[in-house]
Design a binder for this molecule. Structure first.
Ligand code: F6R
Ligand code: MG
Ligand code: MG
Length: 377
């Protein structure tokens, strides 16, 4: 069995929160190359989206492996040291603990891991996003694996006809549930339509009995109990031969859906699909970006990447994203651009509420008003 792991962290931004400095990428790349030489990894590469560094790695040690996670942790310590040397912004932002213990769960870095038996040809897409949250994958995953208007294979490929199982995490209650689709589509949508709380963690093919997609589900704000930076998500999707085709997996991103996470983790903005060089969100710390790295995985080797959103057929999505951004920005501090009060990652509300509490005057009960009105009538 092969495991594909994407482990990512923001260990310092260049400039502000907009991108990763090339010297940090060089540190990460050298570490991955060393790990391949020393046999820890079968193969590996590095990529950035916004201010996050991703390590894309194949190995035969399974998900949640201490050696792999501690290697990623050490690599992020090294990129943090470089970020400190260069005085980059928010150096070490996503490393929430002073020490590593066992695996990365709860320590800050995000990770998506998928273990599979490699098929004769294994096309895989790795998605990296910045200025958003793991729930941002819910809508695209629904379209890829459950919407026949997106994925023709659901109707005309007999291997896909049986449908897919969606494993959903409740990030507040630390619980999981599996929905079998198409039968439970409506139940699924009731939950994943609230992506701040319910997040699709994996998707599994019922006909093939194989896991087709895996996402990162950490929420840094919940882990740390206070704002510590956006938990920018990553996702792995295997494609073709009974799974959605590459084009069906990319198609949902032709619409720049509105996602949470832009500017201080507190605004909705459109998710713009971009090529790797354009993954540098600078307008209002956004709009949020997604890049798609395509690989053929061959005996564990990552043949690629192809920069999937470099295709001009995504130009209109980018143009629409800019238009939607203009429209949402015009709302300034008003919802739905600003997130609802209980989802803000920065807030002055508790201090304000205390300071102004004495000035709030209680209004008469509505029942009293009604009684007075009916007495008059
Ligand atoms: C970080 C992010 C940014 C910051 C903003 C304020 O990934 O989303 O929008 O929240 O730039 O950053 P601070 O509070 O560090 O000045
Ligand atoms: Mg940052
Ligand atoms: Mg980021």
């Amino acid at each position: 069995m092969l495991t594909l792991s994407i482990i990512k962290a923001d260990t310092g931004g260049f400039v502000g929160h907009s991108a990763v400095h090339p010297e940090l990428m060089a540190v990460a790349r050298a570490a991955v190359e060393r790990a391949v030489r020393e046999g820890l990894l079968v193969d590996g590469t590095t990529a950035a989206c916004g201010d996050d560094v991703s390590l894309v790695m194949t190995h035969r040690r399974g998900p949640d492996c201490t050696d792999i996670h501690s290697f990623a942790w050490d690599t992020f310590l090294a990129t943090t040291a470089k970020a400190r040397e260069l005085g980059l912004y928010g150096a070490g932002q996503d490393l929430l603990s002073d020490s590593f213990s066992g695996n990365l769960r709860g320590l800050g870095p995000g990770y998506a891991e998928l273990e599979f038996e490699e098929r004769p040809s294994e096309p895989v897409l790795c998605f990296l996003a910045d200025k958003t949250e793991p729930g941002a994958w819910n809508l695209p995953l629904y379209k890829m694996f459950a919407d026949p208007f997106n994925t023709a294979g659901l109707v005309i490929d007999s291997k896909m006809h049986a449908g897919f199982e969606f494993e959903v995490y409740d990030l507040y209650e630390h619980a999981r549930i599996v929905f079998s689709c198409p039968e439970e589509l409506y139940e699924l949508l009731m939950f994943i339509g609230a992506p701040a709380r319910y997040v699709v963690h994996t998707v599994r093919s019922r006909a093939l009995g194989e896991t087709a997609a895996a996402t990162s589900t950490q929420r840094l704000s919940l882990i740390a109990g206070k704002y510590v930076g956006k938990d920018d998500p990553v996702m792995i999707v295997r494609c073709q031969s009974g799974l959605p085709a590459v084009g069906e997996v990319l198609e949902p991103f032709a619409t720049p859906w509105t996602v949470a996470g832009c500017m201080r983790g507190s605004h909705h903005a459109p998710l713009m699909p971009v090529s790797v060089p354009d993954a540098t969100p600078s307008r209002f710390d956004g709009p949020p970006r997604v890049v798609g790295l395509g690989f053929q995985v061959t005996q564990g080797r990552l043949v690629g990447p192809r920069d999937m959103f470099a295709d001009p057929s995504f130009d209109r999505a980018r143009q629409r994203a800019n238009e939607v951004m203009d429209y949402l920005r015009a709302h300034g501090p008003f919802e739905p651009h600003r997130l609802p009060l209980d989802e803000l990652e920065y807030t002055t509300m508790s201090t304000l509420a205390k300071r102004l509490s004495a000035r709030w005057q209680t209004l008469p009960e509505p029942a009293q008003d009604l009684a007075t009105a009916s007495a008059k009538a």
